[in-house]
Design a binder for this molecule. Structure first.
Ligand code: FEO
Ligand code: CA
Ligand code: CA
Ligand code: CA
Length: 566
């Protein structure tokens, strides 16, 4: 029918089959090539990556970092800049000479610290495709020791003070940079997710302060930072973890600028930060807290965004809300106020999870990326999975019953919830919601685990995670799930990226990643003829082939006829 054809025409590609090999696949008529891989220099004269010993200390803050994640493209004058996150490290790959894959000294810890954080890089398209512009004045590495201004209501609070920063206003480093966001005024938001994993204690009998357990801050760090860098030793610096777990604003157009930790947006395991404007011009930032049984949040600024006006304080002053979903398809954003929570305004921000529990926020199946439709007033959040329904969230957390948008008891597949703000206003407290898709496997199951009606054997996937709208209103979904291709996941293949049509629900597979990898991070060139897609933690020697170290890589995807790609 004409209607079916119209629906089909939203997808300018022939969907591809699931794949299980060690490379990237895109539809016929499209091609991909690597743009940049971890260890690639951003400046001239930098030691190259060694397959035997990795990156030198000297080079480690002058190269593209490890584990590419959220990214956004910015047009500055006639230049195109990409700001991109480096979430964590794969120590066996980054320190290939260490049999146990762990740093053995302070220099190796520093290498790992430098390989994470954020890269800002200029990119340009030439006759051989896209490349980083080496030595661009905009190229910049931000890492675990970069000075950051602490801003907003929690700045200067006693819990934010350390011996090195007695005022509680200047932190070092941004940790576990996961998803991203872009403000209406053209700055980058990088989101600190599993910051807890970097902290440990050299004193095994150290009693953790109140609030640490809910965030999973323990006595043993994942990379031994605490053994070589006292800042990460909680027995010596118990307030240091409070200075992480925030959204950080970076101005890519000003390479000398100090990044700013925006405390008004709350402290939790931030996945990403999706910006929208309310009808009256206030700034709305939607955010997920990626942990089983944690919550979805939104921030609404007090001030109004005026293009060209002063935007420096907009993310410092406003109200933080947490989502409550009702089983009848309605919901509300509950304001986290001192009256509602019994906590001080600063404690609400530093311990946002506790504040959410106090107002009975809805526990979710791990809220990953939030995306806002640019052509309709609606938001989407990937609820990636939850395989431990009957267990409480982290110590001090809530029970996680099947309810509302988290309907399945044993949820290995995940779902995407969508909400429609009341009166078409992102600042409204009321909303209605539905599920855009429940992932599943119709080849294995015939009940709720087959997935929703828009899932079939040709487009199935599990664990939606990254999500981004293109300017035409298609939603691009990236997965970080079980790629065993067996059992419950038989036929789903490697992690992948699919495109969805919000109006029809239809979803089609566009790209598959190499085995072991997750597909995460997506942005477009200024002319929208190139998509940049992130490939994180491949296990095979992608993309360099046999014998080489696996390299997390940003790939550029184009149509062979150079037409628009979304
Ligand atoms: Fe860093 Fe929840 O993904
Ligand atoms: Ca993610
Ligand atoms: Ca994930
Ligand atoms: Ca990841």
């Amino acid at each position: 029918s004409a209607r079916a054809q119209e629906a089909a025409s939203r997808f300018a590609f022939t969907p591809i089959a699931a794949q299980t090999d060690a490379t990237v696949h895109v539809p016929e008529g499209y091609s991909w090539q690597p743009l940049v891989k971890w260890g690639d220099p951003l400046f001239s004269g930098v030691d190259p990556l060694s397959q035997e010993t990795g990156i030198s200390l000297e080079a480690s803050d002058k190269v593209f970092g490890e584990n590419t994640d959220g990214m956004e493209l910015f047009v500055v004058g006639n230049r195109q800049l990409i700001a991109v996150n480096h979430e964590y490290v794969n120590t066996k790959v980054n320190l290939p000479h260490r049999a146990d894959g762990m740093p053995a000294n302070a220099d190796e810890v520093r290498i790992l610290q430098n390989m994470q954080g954020v890269t800002v890089m200029e990119v340009a398209e030439g006759p051989d495709g896209w490349a980083v512009v080496i030595d661009s004045p905009y190229n910049r590495r931000i890492h675990h020791n970069t000075p950051m201004r602490i801003s907003g209501p929690a700045a200067g609070h006693d819990l934010m003070k350390t011996e090195a920063d007695p005022e509680g206003v200047l932190a070092l480093g941004t940790l576990n940079n996961c998803g991203s966001g872009k403000t209406p005024w053209g700055t980058y938001l990088t989101c600190e997710e599993n910051f807890n994993g970097y902290f440990g204690s050299t004193d095994a009998s150290f009693e953790r302060p109140e609030g640490f357990a809910r965030y999973g801050i323990g006595l043993e760090g994942r990379y031994r930072y605490e053994q070589f860098d006292p800042r990460f030793d909680i027995s010596m610096n118990p307030n240091e973890p409070n200075r992480h777990g925030w959204v950080v604003e970076i101005d890519p157009a000003d390479p000398g600028s100090t990044p700013v930790k925006r405390t008004a947006l709350g402290r939790f395991k931030h996945e990403n930060a999706a910006c929208a404007l309310a009808r009256d011009g206030r700034v709305v930032v939607y955010m997920g807290d990626d942990e089983r049984g944690e919550f979805m949040y939104k921030f609404v600024s007090s001030g109004i965004y005026v293009p060209g006006g002063d935007t420096s304080g907009l993310l410092d002053d406003g109200q933080l809300y947490v989502a409550r979903f009702n089983d009848d398809g309605t919901g509300e954003w509950v304001a986290l106020t001192p009256e509602a929570t019994g906590m001080s305004a600063e404690e609400i921000l530093i311990f946002s999870r506790t504040a959410g529990s106090r107002v009975n926020a809805t526990t979710m199946d791990r809220p990953e990326w939030v995306a806002v439709n640019p052509v309709a007033v609606e938001g989407y959040c990937c609820l990636t999975n939850n395989t431990r329904r009957g267990v409480r969230a982290n110590a001090g957390g809530d029970w996680t019953p099947a309810s509302g948008p988290n309907p399945r008891a044993e949820n290995g597949y995940g779902q995407i919830v969508r909400w429609y703000p009341e009166a078409d206003d992102h600042a409204a407290s009321g909303f209605t919601w539905d599920l855009y898709v429940m992932a599943g496997n119709p080849a294995v199951h015939s009940d709720a685990y087959a997935g929703s009606e828009n899932i079939n054997e040709g487009n199935m996937f599990n664990s939606p995670d990254g999500m981004m709208f293109d300017s035409t209103g298609l939603v691009w979904i990236q997965t970080d799930g079980d790629d065993s291709n067996e059992g419950d996941f038989a036929g789903q293949g490697n992690n992948q990226m699919l495109a969805g049509d919000p109006a029809t629900g239809r979803i089609e597979r566009f790209l598959t990643g190499p085995s072991g990898s997750e597909v995460t991070g997506l942005t477009w060139s200024a002319d929208r003829r190139t998509m940049f897609v992130g490939i994180q933690h491949p296990d095979a020697p992608f993309p360099d082939g046999d014998g080489a170290l696996p390299r997390s890589t940003v790939v550029a995807v184009k149509r062979d006829d150079n037409a628009l790609v979304g």
